[in-house]
Write a protein that binds this ligand. Structure first.
Ligand code: FAD
Length: 490
């Protein structure tokens, strides 16, 4: 008889765990409260527009390659990828917009135009970023941290100190560059990690290697297309997926989960892997005595931003936009402060705007534009309907002015997704989009554990655990968990 695994969540963590556990001989059932696969990477379709609701950047392709190889299928057989020749366009407040392309030499020339020797400085910076990336992938990410000594090991303490990993990214970048545009290009990705350049350790400069050198890719069908392909593989390999199944309670007896309770039925399993919001999983699904991390623990964490997202279908094309577009205000610290210091809705917000039809025209009706607009915001802000409409209107004016594209009068489809939606649809603590921030003390050993301390057969993986936020990271987290399950012969 195969041992039974019950996985909560059909996001990237749940689907990748399911595939790895099927590989390892488990009988796998996945439960998710939403209507289809992807978790935060769900799809929303309306009037012929198909919106990726969450992630849109396919980064670190080698992590996907390694994941699919580990389950015995080449990535190219599962996903149809296109490499973007233009990685993104940046609108700088008060300056000309620039594009970052796959041509690193062109990016160096661009940096030369920002400040004297900018290209040379970028070269030196990128060498360090590549080294950090190699160390991270080689000996830092694919690993469970069981004690602080695993983290503060000899390599981290020697090479890490040389690389200045304990200083903030902003201080580190400032050693190389004074021009704010150069700095913003090298620092913006910290928002992907749910933190700010002032709080993120400078080891995350490795993100510049990811974004400027390894490249930006687009999977056919968008990021949700990746989740759909993974869900298909789960089914082909004998796994069972139940959508619209909200887990309400984990019944624990003698320190073991005995039943997983939903309104549609009760499931039994030898092992439960929870990939949903960790805070909800601990504080809402378990009785207090079985919680490893109680509410006060979570209240003291730095919670990653929520987001004000708008899905827009527009009845015309906006030729000035690239697939990925970013806007950075002159003083973006004001925006970061509204997220991390004085929680409030930002004025003159930095934003991300995606026009997916640049690469895949099938994501919108012919001649139309599918726009995804995102403003990071503090977690836990109130967003009643009246406020959302007002903020939306101001945001559209802001985007039109910044990009020089007008589209308000051609809006065909418009949906806001923000704080209350994250809480309702994903049980997200404080409406967070990304879970826990990547501050130094929420990295590696300092992230919540893979295994409950109190309930022996209860495991966690996903963006809350090590290595953290982002689709590639969740694939790695599942890999780490699968190794642990094998080692402990669960
Ligand atoms: C708007 C946005 C943009 C992003 N952009 C990028 C990007 O471009 N590139 C990138 O790599 N990453 C990006 N990220 C981050 C990335 O999407 C996440 O880190 C990753 O998808 C998290 O996957 P997960 O499986 O851990 O969690 P989730 O995707 O949240 O999946 C967990 C699933 O479990 C379900 N669940 C929770 N509780 C229960 C319960 N009690 N019962 C049943 N089901 C439950 C949830 O509803 C959800 O469906 C973005 C995130 C967001 C929100």
């Amino acid at each position: 008889m195969k041992r039974k695994a019950l996985i909560i969540g059909a996001g990237f963590a749940g689907l990748s765990s399911a595939l790895l556990m099927l590989r390892d001989g488990w009988d796998v059932t996945v439960l998710d409260n939403n209507e289809g696969p992807g978790g935060r990477a769900r799809l929303w379709s309306e009037k012929g527009y198909h919106f990726d609701m969450g992630p849109s950047w396919y980064l670190m392709p080698e992590v996907f390659d390694r994941f699919f190889a580990s389950i015995g299928v080449p990535c190219a057989e599962v996903l149809k990828l296109t490499k973007l020749s233009t990685h993104y366009k940046v609108y700088f407040e008060g300056e000309n917009a620039v594009t970052i392309t796959e041509d690193l030499e062109a990016t160096k020339k661009l940096f030369d135009s920002f400040e004297p020797n900018g290209g040379k400085r970028l070269d030196a910076y990128m060498k360090g970023a590549e080294l950090k990336y190699d160390i991270a992938v080689g000996s830092f990410l694919y690993k469970e941290y069981k004690s602080v000594f695993d983290f503060f090991n000899a390599r981290v303490l020697t090479e890490g100190l040389q690389m200045g990993i304990f200083q903030s990214l902003d201080k580190f970048v400032s050693k190389y560059f004074t021009d704010r545009r150069a700095k913003q290009i090298l620092e913006y990705a910290m928002v992907f990690l749910g933190t700010s350049p002032n709080e993120a350790p400078s080891m995350y400069s490795l993100m510049s290697h990811v974004d400027l050198k390894l490249g930006v890719w687009f999977p056919k069908g968008g990021m949700n297309g990746v989740a759909v392909a993974m869900a298909e593989l789960v089914k082909q390999r004998g796994g069972v997926l139940h959508f619209n199944h909200d887990v309400k309670r984990l019944q624990v007896e003698n320190g073991q989960v005995t039943q997983v309770v939903t309104e549609k039925g009760t499931f039994e399993a030898d092992v439960v892997v929870n990939t949903g919001d960790y805070v909800h999983g601990e504080t809402q699904l378990l009785e207090r005595r079985w919680q490893t991390y109680r509410q006060p623990y979570w209240n003291q964490r730095v919670v990653a931003p929520s987001m004000f997202i708008v899905y827009l279908g527009v009845k015309k094309r906006l030729p000035g936009l690239e697939h990925h577009n970013l806007y950075f205000s002159v003083d973006w610290n004001k925006h970061f402060d509204t997220i991390f210091k004085t929680p409030s809705w930002p004025e003159n917000p930095c934003f991300y705007l995606s026009a997916i039809t640049r690469t895949d025209a099938s994501m919108a009706p012919e001649g139309c534009e599918n726009l995804f607009l995102l403003v990071p915001a503090a977690p836990g802000l109130s967003d009643p309907e009246e406020f959302r409409q007002k903020y939306l209107s101001a945001l559209i004016s802001h985007v039109e002015k910044t990009t020089g594209q007008s589209f308000r009068d051609e809006i065909d489809v418009c949906r806001v997704f923000s704080q209350q939606d994250f809480s309702r649809d994903y049980h997200a603590f404080k409406g967070t989009a990304l879970g826990l921030s990547h501050t130094l003390f929420q990295t590696a050993i300092f992230r919540p554990r893979l295994q409950s301390k109190k309930v022996k057969n209860l495991y966690y993986t996903g963006q809350y655990t090590h290595p953290g936020v982002g689709v590639p990271m969740t694939l790695i987290a599942s890999d780490v968990l699968a190794t642990k399950l094998k080692e402990t012969r669960q």
